[in-house]
Design a protein around this ligand. Sequence first.
Ligand code: LCS
Length: 394
Amino acid sequence: MVKKDWALDTLCVHGSEGIDPHTGAVSTPIYQSSTFAFRNAEHGEKLFKGEASGYIYSRLGNPTEDCLEREMAFLEGGEAALALASGMAAEAALILTLCGSGDNYVSSVTVYGGTHAMNIGFMPRMGIEAREVRATHLDEVEAAIDERTKLIFIETPANPTLDIIDIAGCARIAREYNIYLVVDNTFATPVLQRPLEMGADFIIHSATKYIGGHGDTVAGIIVGPKDMLLRVRKETLHHIGNCISPFNAWLLLRGLKTLAVRMRRHCENAMRVAQYLSFHPKVKAIYYPGLRQHPGHELAARQMSDFGGMLAFDIKGAREDGKKIMDAVELCTLAVSLGDCDTLICHPASTTQSSYTAEQLAQAGISETLIRLSVGIEDPKDICSDLGQALKRI
Ligand code: LCS
């Protein structure tokens, strides 16, 4: 019997419903079935008319996926959730549902490179304009809004500079103009940050990252009001077909069990690595919201319960020196993505953020020598000594 007042660490393990009441299964079964039999012709007709509840076809809904959606809504404190094939699928499905041709949305300029590429490339082809602004400056967010603006999209902490954006401040602006606030909560997860409680309308996750946690799944989640997510499902997901697979939904359900434990270790390790790098003579600047010198530190301390597992640092030297470090690390894995148990290192300007022009990189605060680290759950001493030996090469 699950008690709603249990701490989040307990709720991550037990979920909202505990053991499956129908079968006693402790682990949710993987309903690896593309289609579901109707009891009779009338039942089939009623299901299609929405007059009976049940399953029809896995693009439209699946019991394993439903379970994941229920748990994500529960953990984020939302009414409902929708699981999709990837984080980008979640972003695109939500924006394409909320905006039509001729509409626009305001997006932070400091976002995952794929989101920026969607903003400047894909959405304009759909007749939807993305207005990228420095969302750390609330006046820039407000100034970009007009009568065709449907939503504000922010990512906080932001990829890759760890900018912190004022969620409650953006929510106030969204309320004033009667538009939606969408927060990408990928870096923080519900364990560290509660955007809906600060006034956001929707949460997006690249569940590929901390929700899955093991680098073995690509998936996305939207959390928000039930009626709106029904619209995303019917008006976009059904047509584009970017649904999650039952197996991937199950991997994420498994990831949720250890989410709180992993996040605490990611945070502890990232703080240790950030402190180590902040005193390193070859490091020019370190970006970790947990450090007092980070411009978003005080805001992060207010709106997050801890500072997360992501950090970035600028080295003294040129772009080539950054590459030397990439090639010298032994424990850290040279790869994009983040949120895995293993520490991942990458050079955003040439990889994840390569869709930015030099001007846009400067606007987003991303230098040519910036290195991004997704700090894993290994022993932090090993991570620091690996970075130390690599930094000696420059
Ligand atoms: N939101 C954030 C904050 C992300 O970091 C990513 C992917 C996405 C959305 C898109 O999610 P996906 O479709 O990949 O599940 N971030 C990546 C990164 O930093 N490196 O590779 C992917």
